[in-house]
Design a binder for this molecule. Structure first.
Ligand SMILES: [Zn+2]
Ligand SMILES: [Zn+2]
Length: 254
């Protein structure tokens, strides 16, 4: 009988360097736990081969999300919701990456005329209260977490640009999604979600963004736009009220 050496073998990529087989999942788990689920390391190792990318999607990004935003993760999964299961990589990216704006000439956002590259963000605050201010009155019972705007100075058509991102809890069962379906809202013809690559609905086109959004974001009235994807990720833009204006208004009221 032939002697069979049993080993974990990477069969997914011709360019994979793991020719002699992988170390076990348990060992990788311990190494990344020691690195406190460092997202840059997870991303770097994910690009090595598909086997590792699958492990990262299933285990490592999930651990990172729970370590980075424990309360938000707990809330997103309360009520038996499993909406983010299988999308841990996308959610991990959402937590640490401002997507910029890939499209120029106002194709995605009216106030963006030149493409803005995405970038890593060390820490971002995500708020349910801010999220609520972005929802139309008919869907205020939905829960959505939205980041403070990432400031891109002098990049908007009319001044400083704020880019924000976020995620719905249980988007599949949300009133917002129901409204979009009832209105037969159309998807953006060519752009996709920067986090999970699914199609996007434009909430400004549907007149679903209330005036409270601009107030809470510190933006010009009527300048807030955002999209939501099929998995409930949000990304949007607004024109930030110039700091000098707010200083003037403080002096005027003194
Ligand atoms: Zn940014
Ligand atoms: Zn998405």
């Amino acid at each position: 009988m032939a002697f069979v050496v049993k080993r974990l073998r990477c069969t997914h990529s011709a360019s994979c360097v793991c020719l002699k087989g992988h170390i076990t999942e348990d060992a990788i788990y311990l190494v990344f736990e020691h690195m406190q689920w460092n997202p840059k390391m997870i991303a770097a190792f994910s690009s090595v081969c598909k086997w590792f990318d699958e492990l990262a999607k299933r285990v490592l990004w999930k651990k990172f999300c729970h370590a980075r935003a424990p309360k938000m993760m707990k809330d997103l999964h309360s009520d038996g919701s499993h909406i983010v299961d299988g999308n841990w990589k996308a959610l991990g990216k959402l937590l640490i990456y401002c997507s910029g704006c890939p499209s120029a000439r106002g194709d995605l956002f009216c106030n963006v005329y030149d493409p803005i590259p995405g970038h890593f963000v060390y820490r971002t605050r995500f708020s349910r209260t801010l999220g609520k201010s972005l929802l139309p009155p008919q869907s205020r019972s939905d829960v959505v977490y939205v980041s403070d705007p990432c400031e891109h100075l002098d990049q908007g058509e009319d001044g400083d640009l704020g880019l924000f991102r976020g995620i719905f809890k249980s988007f599949a069962a949300s009133d917002t999604k129901k409204m979009l379906i009832e209105r037969q809202a159309k998807f953006h013809p060519n752009e996709v979600c920067p986090y999970c690559k699914t199609k996007l609905w434009d909430l400004m086109e549907q007149n679903m963004i209330p005036r409270s959004a601009a107030v809470k974001l510190g933006a010009d009235d009527g300048s807030v736009e955002y999209y939501v994807c099929l998995n409930g990720h949000i990304f949007g833009s607004c024109t930030l009220v110039p700091i000098s204006d707010s200083e003037d208004s403080i002096q005027e009221t003194d």
